[in-house]
Design a protein around this ligand. Structure first.
Ligand SMILES: *Cc1c(COP(=O)(O)O)cnc(C)c1O
Length: 366
């Protein structure tokens, strides 16, 4: 039987980056300095430059980045924040930590991103403090449109870029459009650490400074606490050094992901499978997600052929048990329909052309 094709394979990624990563780890080990030091500062500079933003502040993970970034923008207890319910509940989790309320907006059935018209209606109702836009699966949203809609209500826009490192339209990268933006460097992300990591990027110096304080107990200087809501959420030197070693390779990895995604979209031809359209640099193919009304049967067929798949995400936020009692939530028919029909195919830079061909073959012969 043919080898299994996994949904991702970080051991291949590790061997392709081993030399550079090992040198970084050894440098940090020998330095005797492990938290908030030279590599952290250098990574913040390099990643801000990469994103085209003035500031970057490293934090412990991508969910903290959403929480601390929003707090720095003034979101807190009782705030109302527009978000989608199909993006893995990370923003909703961050909002719960802030004591803020999610205002769920349904998504577009094709892009699977927040529907700007529906956002417009929520903005017109008033009473909204911010909107979090998630560039889901690696597709940079139409930020011009989102910013235009949000500006009608004077609402701050925050970008969740945890799946969209490097996505670019007209020369502008994900994270450079909103008032602030969050990134995750969880190992499977397009830019991944050897553990948890995250960052907030922003063009507003006061917001960057507030996140800097919030990530370290609220300290303005050592042992002097000037902002409330602070805690320990630091990116350590080991992770920063590893991320510095990988950052120069990110655009190449994204190009390979995009190449695989484009091939899927062109070559998968089946009446019961709907593929995303072929995208340019605005898509970094974090996940390649098809839609089928017969999702479970397709999934079982592929598993039988040793092609592993996943569902991102099976339970929309408003259906999560812990949120049910806070409802009733407004209807989100597109979100619900997608949750029952989406399927993620293997798509990562180290996947071989032969493996991609096998995935296509097994779908087309279903
Ligand atoms: C992974 C992810 C996060 C959270 O990142 P962590 O580092 O795991 O906390 C947030 N938003 C999206 C869309 C993600 O995919």
């Amino acid at each position: 039987m043919a080898d299994r094709i996994a949904i991702n394979d970080l051991s291949r990624h590790a061997s392709s980056t081993e030399t550079a990563v090992r040198a970084s780890v050894e440098r940090v080990l020998a330095s005797g300095w492990y938290v908030l030091g030279r590599d952290g500062e250098a990574f913040e500079r390099e990643f801000a430059e990469y994103c085209g933003t003035d500031h970057c502040v490293g934090v412990a993970n991508g969910t903290d980045a959403i929480e601390l970034g929003l707090r720095a923008l003034g979101v807190g207890a009782g705030s109302r924040v527009a978000t989608v319910a199909n993006a893995g509940s990370y923003t909703t989790t961050a909002l719960a930590a802030l004591g803020a309320h999610p205002v769920f907006v349904d998504v577009d059935p094709d892009t699977k991103l927040m529907d700007p018209d529906r956002l417009g209606r929520v903005v017109e109702e008033g009473n909204l403090d911010a909107v979090v836009v998630t560039h889901l699966f690696g597709l940079l949203h139409d930020m011009e449109e989102i910013l235009r809609v949000a500006s009608r209500g004077g609402v701050a826009v925050f970008e969740d870029c945890a799946q969209a490192h490097g996505a670019r339209r007209d020369g502008r990268r994900a994270g450079s459009f909103g008032a602030a933006a969050s990134f995750s460097f969880y190992p499977t992300k397009n830019l991944g650490a050897l553990g948890d990591g995250g960052a907030v990027v922003t063009g507003i110096p006061e917001v960057a400074e507030r996140v800097r304080r919030l990530r370290q107990y609220g300290w303005e200087s050592k042992y002097r606490i000037s902002v409330r809501g602070g805690r320990n959420s630091r990116l350590d030197e080991l992770q920063a050094a590893v991320l510095r070693a990988k950052l120069p390779l990110l655009d190449g990895w994204n190009a390979r992901r995009r190449e695989i995604a484009a091939r899927y979209s062109r070559e998968i031809v089946h009446p019961k499978v709907r593929c995303p359209e072929v995208h340019g640099e605005e898509f970094v193919a974090h996940l390649y997600v098809v839609v089928s009304d017969d999702r479970e049967a397709l999934r079982a067929h592929l598993a039988e052929a040793s092609v592993l798949t996943d569902v991102h995400y099976p339970v929309p936020d408003h259906r999560q048990p812990c949120l049910a009692e806070l409802g009733p939530w407004p209807g989100l028919p597109v979100t619900d329909e997608l949750a029952a029909s989406i399927l993620t195919l293997p798509c990562y830079p180290e996947l071989s052309d032969e493996e991609v061909a096998r995935v296509i073959f097994h779908i087309n012969t279903w």
